[in-house]
Design a binder for this molecule. Structure first.
Ligand SMILES: Cc1cc2nc3c(=O)[nH]c(=O)nc-3n(C[C@H](O)[C@H](O)[C@H](O)COP(=O)(O)O)c2cc1C
Length: 362
């Protein structure tokens, strides 16, 4: 079966975004059981535990599901570079009553080992962001029985994924919450809105395109399908869901946020990501280009973010959220995807009626 046929066979053409730190197995299972497709983020899972994490989903549902890795480069920063980066964070740690952490032994799990484990685990769909696999790595995933979904912020990235043999493109627009996937150009050149991105990627590659960024309800789903997307990937829409593992401080910040409250920031992780603007985002803006690249800065701020969460202080936490997060609703994820699909169908019908009524030049 082709990836397109698999997507067309989903009762609900919605992928729940894999969101490291915000969702895990309960949501993946609930969404796949409801007829959409759940996605397990395994970026934070040690290579030796990935097989069991994927098997645990398979044990709970026969429906298709995905698993996702963020591709962290194996950086080994010099001690002096770490000293400078930690000195920049010292005042923030001090606010929380903490010393800056020691130099970490490692900054992320070993990507190659995670990929090998994910390949063995063979989820229905293996998706990736932040870089690109080699053709051999894609071939190995195919041989194991997984479809490969590559995330792109630009047309050039979509073409690159097509060239290594990916089965589909997750076209992640500038609206998207969380980290942005760009890997060929800088953030400015990679900031394309979902509508422009989906349309131009569809023009450039012959693969199914999954639209991500700013889609929060059935009307957004219908709009993306009207553009030609085969499915959508929704992230922020699930942040208040019952199965989300988003803590109360982050959820309250979403509820309290004014409109237009998100910004892209590099300050927390060393890679641009979209979240609610807070004091850390504002005050680090002037130096955000100087912080070490992902995953180094991400690791260096980890204890600060965790301590702020514990202290109930949203100003020092990464509150990832997309531009349309104010539309997020609470509820059971399985019910939410069913509701969104019913809304999408109503929207399509209403639009068909209104366009027919308008008549036209003919
Ligand atoms: C809290 C959060 C965490 C995310 N973590 C991941 C991740 O681990 N892997 C990934 O490929 N995308 C991740 N994303 C991006 C989503 O896959 C998706 O592109 C984005 O949520 C779509 O935009 P939306 O939030 O407006 O729906 C994350 C997004 C959010 C909001």
């Amino acid at each position: 079966m082709s990836f397109r046929e698999m997507l067309d066979g989903l009762p609900i053409p919605i992928l729940q975004a894999p969101m490291a730190g915000a969702v895990f197995d309960a949501m993946t299972i609930a969404v796949s059981r409801a007829g959409a497709m759940g996605n397990l983020p395994v970026t934070g899972v040690a290579p030796e535990d990935i097989g069991a994490a994927v098997d645990a989903i398979r044990a709970q549902t026969d429906a298709p599901f995905g698993a996702n890795l963020l591709m962290a480069p194996p950086l080994k920063p010099e001690p002096a570079e770490l000293d400078v980066a930690l000195a920049r964070l010292a005042a923030w740690y001090a606010e929380l009553g903490l010393e800056v952490p020691d130099h970490p032994n490692r900054f992320s799990h070993d990507f190659d080992a995670q990929l090998a484990a994910l390949t063995r685990a063979a989820p229905t769909v293996a998706s990736f962001a932040f870089s690109i696999l080699t053709r051999a790595q894609v071939d190995a995933l195919h041989a194991a029985g997984s479809y490969v979904l590559g995330t792109a912020n630009t047309v050039a990235e979509a073409i690159a994924w097509a060239e290594v043999g990916a089965d589909g493109i997750c076209a992640q627009g500038f609206e998207a919450g969380g980290h942005h996937a760009y890997f060929l150009e800088d953030i400015e050149a990679s900031s394309v809105g979902t509508m422009a991105l989906v349309a131009t990627v569809l023009q450039a590659v012959a693969l199914p395109v999954i639209a991500a960024g700013g889609i929060m309800d059935g009307k957004g789903v219908a709009a993306a399908l009207a553009l030609g997307a085969s499915a959508v990937q929704m992230g922020s829409a699930f942040l208040l869901a019952d199965e989300a593992i988003v803590g109360p401080v982050w959820q309250q910040a979403i509820r309290d946020a004014p409109s237009d409250a998100t910004r892209l920031t590099r300050a927390f992780s060393g890679r641009y990501a979209r979240g609610l603007e807070n004091r850390f985002v504002r005050e680090m803006r002037a130096v955000q280009e100087d912080v070490p690249p992902y995953p180094v800065q991400n690791r260096l701020t980890q204890a600060m973010r965790a301590a702020a969460n514990k202290a109930g202080d949203p100003e020092l936490m990464s509150l990832w959220a997309g531009q349309a997060v104010k539309l997020a609703q609470a509820g059971a994820s399985g019910d939410m995807v069913k509701l969104w699909w019913a809304q999408a169908q109503e929207t399509a019908q209403a639009l068909a009626k209104s366009t027919a009524q308008r008549g036209g030049a003919a």
